[in-house]
Design a binder for this molecule. Structure first.
Ligand code: ZN
Length: 361
């Protein structure tokens, strides 16, 4: 699911997050410091049939890829060619499991053929200056061979890296004449400390200064705050994958408990655990969406219902931003929710509301 803050989201309408996500998972496991057990069959197929080259070589050698493996221009060009071709040719149909959500699509009917709206250069977790140089080099090579589609550079690093080298990262990417940026801040979410939130907010603002779209690969409700610093849009699963670490196992998302998003508090609670204990109506935190109106108490909601509730509520939040809600109004509403509920033990912690409110003023 990709959310776009702009009034006119045409620019990004065909940008389907799951496509890119598939690729990231694949590459992250292959390149990215973590290799547990056997390589998944789907990845092996990808390596055998699509990537070949250096990727096939390091997998056969059962080792990690190093920046020096990509020092040779021929090797890098080959990787870029393969990754670009994979995106052009293999990711052009909408996955079956997302077809049920097509009723929320901006464009109807949803086309069955869905060529990429943009191309993402091959990239790696920017763990140090060497990997940063590799990423810049691969992005430059991608830019030089892709002339018919937008190329979005991937900025993938930690908050610490942003703090020490954020200006340099933006300067180097800025020289490449890319069409936009994808941002993946390692394992970041909006409940982290004020300092981290401020670092990310500052980085988004500076990156947006390049006057190109900036889309965050993972995001929770803090992305709504970042919209005011120039974030163009963000992606997340429907109720999951709001943050992701470079070394996160790919299959941990299955079997999550049903969670319910409380719009005013910008947080989720586990339905089974909390619903008997926290009567949201008592706190005047009830929801008026179609789903909640049908079911009454949120304890009645199953996984599909709570996800649908989330989508409807998030849509309304995005619509407020698109309609021109001022930073001051948004800040005030976060602050008033914080003041009102901060001392309710059932609802805490709510410090994120206070942090977010401050960042908007
Ligand atoms: Zn609802």
């Amino acid at each position: 699911m990709t959310y776009v803050f702009a009034q006119s989201p045409d620019l990004l309408r065909r940008f389907l997050k799951d496509k890119i996500d598939d690729k990231i998972k694949t590459r992250r496991d292959r390149f990215n410091q973590k290799m547990k057990g056997d390589t998944k069959r789907s990845y092996l197929k990808l390596i055998e049939r699509e990537y070949e080259g250096i990727i096939k070589k390091i997998v056969a050698e059962k080792r990690r890829l190093n920046p020096s493996d990509l020092a040779d221009a021929a090797v890098s060009n080959d990787l870029v060619k393969k990754v670009v071709s994979f995106q052009r040719n293999r990711l052009s149909a909408i996955p079956e499991k997302y077809k049920k959500y097509s009723k929320y699509a901006i464009q109807k009917p949803l086309r069955t053929e869905n060529p990429p709206m943009l191309i993402v250069p091959p990239y790696f977790y920017n763990a140090n200056a060497d990997w940063h140089r590799v990423n810049i080099d691969l992005a430059a090579r991608t830019r030089s061979i892709v002339t018919d589609l937008p190329v979005f550079g991937m900025v993938f690093c930690s908050t610490e890296m942003i703090e020490t080298s954020g200006d340099r990262i933006i300067e180097d990417f800025g020289r490449l004449k890319l069409d936009g940026f994808l941002l993946w801040v390692n394992d970041f979410d909006g409940r982290q400390g004020f300092r981290q939130l401020r670092v990310v907010r500052g980085f988004v603002k500076a990156l947006a200064g390049l006057k190109k779209p900036v889309v965050s690969m993972y995001g929770d409700a803090f992305s709504l705050v970042l919209a005011y610093s120039g974030l163009t849009g963000y992606c997340c699963g429907i109720c999951y994958a709001e943050r992701k670490a470079a070394d996160q196992d790919v299959d941990v998302e299955g079997g999550m408990p049903v969670r319910y998003y409380i719009e005013r508090l910008k947080k989720k609670v586990q339905v089974k655990l909390e619903a008997p204990r926290i009567p949201l109506t008592k706190y005047q935190l009830g929801c008026n969406c179609e789903i909640c109106n049908q079911h009454g108490n949120y304890s009645e909601l199953d996984d599909a219902n709570s996800r649908e509730h989330f989508m409807l509520v998030r849509q309304a939040e995005i619509d407020s931003i698109r309609a021109g809600q001022s930073a001051e109004d948004f800040s005030n509403s976060l602050k008033s929710a914080y003041d009102r509920y901060k001392d309710e033990p059932d609802l805490s912690p709510l410090t994120h509301l206070s942090h977010w409110s401050k960042l908007l003023t």
